[in-house]
Every structure is written in C-alpha cells, then in structure tokens.
Design a protein around this ligand. Structure first.
Ligand code: ASN
Ligand code: CA
Ligand code: ZN
Ligand code: CA
Length: 337
C-alpha cells in the first residue's frame, strides 16, 4: 500500500508490489496491471515505475512519478467501478489487469486504447504549459472503457456505431469520476477539464449536458451524421445520458460563458422538458447492461435506443418509470421510436 501525489487527483492510495528492496507500480489486487514510463519513446512497453519508499510523486510535473501515480490511480478506480457495480473483473472480465503507459512521445496531447497490446497510453500534452499530461481520472476511465467496449459489444469505430463507442467511454468516465468521491477531483458533466492547465473550470474536451458547446459535437440526432468524426457523433448519446441521469436541468457552474442564461427548453431537442432523471449510476447501469447484452458491432442510434430500452425492461420492468424515462430521454435527443 503506497501513496501517490498526483497532478489532478490530490493525494491517493496506490496498490504496489514490492520487489528487490523497492516497489513497483504493479497492482496484484487488480489483475497485475502495471504502469510504465515510456520516457518519451513511442515504441515498446516502457519501464515499470519503481520507487524506494512507496511514496510516489511530488504532485508536480518536476518528477515523472506524479503522472505514473495518477494513471495507476485512475486504472484502479475504473477497475473498482466495474467490479463493484457489475461484478466485472477487469476490462475483459477475465481477472487480467491492463498495461498503462505514460510519458508517451513528446508533446503528444492525446491518450488512446489499443487492443493489440491490451494497453492504454497517455501523452504529456505540452507538460502543463497549457495542456497537462492526459492522465486525469475521466480520461483514464475513458480509455480503459474502450477496452470494455472492445471485449463486449465491439462497436465498430466508424459511422453511428463509432459514435456509440466513443459515447460509451465518456458515459463510464463520468460515472467513474462521480463514484470516486475524490475531494480533489469531484465528479462533473465534463470530460477532460483537468487536461487544461490554468482552467477556470469552464473548459473541457467534451460537455455531456450540451455537447455542441465544444463547437463540433451533435446535441440532436440528424440522419447522415454518422459520416462525421466519432468524437462528435458521440454527442447525441452523451446528451441522452445526461438527460436520463439528471432530467432537463441546466447545470450550474459548468461550461463556457455562452452557457449562462439558458433554460430547460434549451436542454432538449423536442421541447419536452418533462423527463425526470434516474441518477448517474442507475443510468450507467442501464447503459452497461445494454452494451454487454444487446449492442453489436454495427449497432446504430436506433439500435442503441432499442438496446437501452431492453436493458431498462430487464433491470426495472417493461412498464417501469425507468423504462419510460429512457424512452423520453431518447425522444429528447431526436432518436425516436
Ligand atoms: N483520445 C482519443 C479517444 O480515446 C483517441 C482516439 O481518437 N482514438 O477517443
Ligand atoms: Ca518515493
Ligand atoms: Zn475515445
Ligand atoms: Ca470530468
């Protein structure tokens, strides 16, 4: 049991493994998943982080272990969320941990999941000048969730299925962040807010409650939108998930300034603000069961509506208020029966 000082999540507990008078970022309580340092390289599996006293990182970018600790924490929190809520033991539900590689490349302002190495990889941004290393909890949970999608529904990463694949990662990322109850990194309805150095709290990669605030994502379904980038077509499902969780509520304190002054009517695509929210974790449970049991590689938005309704019927009953809320939230983003 070590401790880490992270960049964005404060001081955290870390599961490590002792080895030859030192400790390694390897978590034998979570399938032996390890966190390695790419030392700015872009090939290979990196070098496992090692530390003499099991106190990891200073919480600043002056030492590389700060980011190693943050990734290791994010992977553990995501593992725990899937395990405790759904009994899912790891990405593939086979008890195996995954590899997390940090300090990838130079000035690489992204993170990604790759099936072939069963690994997630995190760039350093510009080392915090304006972009932080991309290891914040919601980003780590997003990347790890790509592995879950890949080993379950297998949503193809293009067309509408690609948007649903992206949205699945954002949906679970939000749910993990809320569930982590970390005072230094409270849950919110944005993805990647901690990526931006000097953030006043309103800037993020994506805004679940009004995806178009990023200037490119879709709030409402449009036929033919599947040709656009999967990170933009995900907006419709992200928006659905927000509305299913919270109802047509204008969130306070999030998003860029243009957001101020909007009304519940601005939250929906069809004028119906009478939705009712299920709460983020109940909504995430419906999404997870739909993903695992009913979505397929080619599932599109119409199929996602059907899959989540079937999951809601299984979990809550076909005539349940939860079922009706799922239908109303899809209606509200333009995915109609
Ligand atoms: N960060 C991006 C993502 O996980 C990388 C990509 O475009 N595949 O979606
Ligand atoms: Ca140390
Ligand atoms: Zn993604
Ligand atoms: Ca967030």
């Amino acid at each position: 049991n070590g401790k880490g000082n992270t960049l964005g999540a404060g001081r955290v507990s870390l599961r490590t493994t002792s080895c030859a008078n030192a400790y390694q970022l390897r978590d034998l309580t979570r399938g032996g998943g390890s966190t390695t340092n790419m030392l700015n390289r872009t090939t290979g599996n990196g070098t496992i982080f090692t530390d003499a006293d099991n106190q990891w990182g200073s919480g600043t970018l002056s030492d590389m272990a700060t980011i190693g600790a943050e990734a290791h924490y994010g992977v553990a929190a995501t593992w725990d969320w899937f395990a405790s809520r759904f009994g899912r033991m790891g990405i593939a539900d086979d008890g195996q941990g995954a590899l997390a590689r940090v300090h990838y490349g130079r000035n690489y302002a992204n993170a990604f999941w790759r099936d072939s190495c069963f690994c997630m990889t995190f760039g350093d941004g510009d080392n915090g000048v304006s972009v932080n290393p991309l290891t914040a909890l919601d980003v780590a949970a997003h990347e790890m969730s790509h592995g879950v999608t890949s080993t379950t529904a297998g949503l193809i990463y293009s067309d509408e299925s690609g948007g649903l694949n992206e949205a699945t990662s954002d949906i679970f990322a939000v749910a993990v962040e809320f569930a982590a109850k970390n005072d230094a990194d409270a849950g919110d309805w944005m993805i990647g807010e901690k990526v931006y150095a000097n953030n006043d709290g309103t800037v993020a990669l994506r805004y679940m409650f009004k995806p178009s605030l990023d200037g490119a994502s879709y709030d409402c379904y449009e036929p033919g939108m599947g040709l656009d980038d999967v990170h933009f077509t995900s907006g419709v499902a992200n928006h659905f998930f927000y509305l299913l969780s919270e109802g047509a509520v204008v969130p306070e304190g999030f998003g860029p300034g243009t957001w101020a002054g909007l009304t519940p009517e601005d939250m929906v695509c069809n004028g119906n603000t009478n939705l009712g929210g299920l709460g983020v974790q109940t909504a995430a449970r419906i999404w997870y069961y739909a993903l695992v049991n009913y979505m397929l590689p080619t599932t599109d938005y119409a199929g996602a509506r059907a899959a989540t309704l079937q999951a809601a019927a299984d979990l809550h009953g076909a005539g349940s208020s939860a079922y009706k809320k799922v239908a109303r939230a899809w209606d509200a983003v333009g995915v109609t029966a």
